[in-house]
Design a protein around this ligand. Structure first.
Ligand SMILES: [Zn+2]
Length: 134
């Protein structure tokens, strides 16, 4: 993908073995899941959303909100867990976001979210694993 080296790296074969075909398409090929297709969209329990690629905690349920877009949306990630790049695909300029530990694509960041950050992390649910709080 790029020359940036992440703490967790895997070969393409390892990624294909670890991820489902849909997860692979989203996380390793910058795909986008169909809106409303992921059950995590409706997850309302307290807990943590982790990266499906490396298990790093990425988002806390308390910063999840209903954006009406059909994708799980968060106000802010766990500090240091998510990195962003500028995505100029499809003739748009968007902020892409990915896991800081394994580099897997997660979704995009928009500046129309609720306070306090005003940010909306629009995330593909398949890229996440949910762990309910104990
Ligand atoms: Zn990861």
């Amino acid at each position: 993908m790029d020359s940036h080296t992440y703490p967790v790296t895997r070969t393409d074969a390892e990624w294909r073995a670890r991820l489902t075909p849909e997860q692979y398409a989203v996380m390793r090929n910058h795909g986008t899941e169909r809106p409303g297709s992921c059950a995590l969209l409706h997850e309302k329990r307290a807990g943590t959303f982790s990266c499906a690629g490396c298990d790093q905690p990425l988002f806390e349920s308390k910063l999840k909100f209903e954006s009406g877009t059909g994708w799980p949306s968060f106000n802010d990630p766990v500090p240091g867990s998510v990195e962003t790049t500028v995505d100029r695909s499809y003739g748009m300029v968007r902020t892409e976001c990915h896991c800081a530990r394994c580099g897997s694509h997660l979704g995009h960041v928009f500046e129309d979210g609720p306070p306090p950050t005003g940010l909306r992390y629009c995330i593909n649910g398949v890229a996440l694993k949910f762990e309910p709080a104990a």
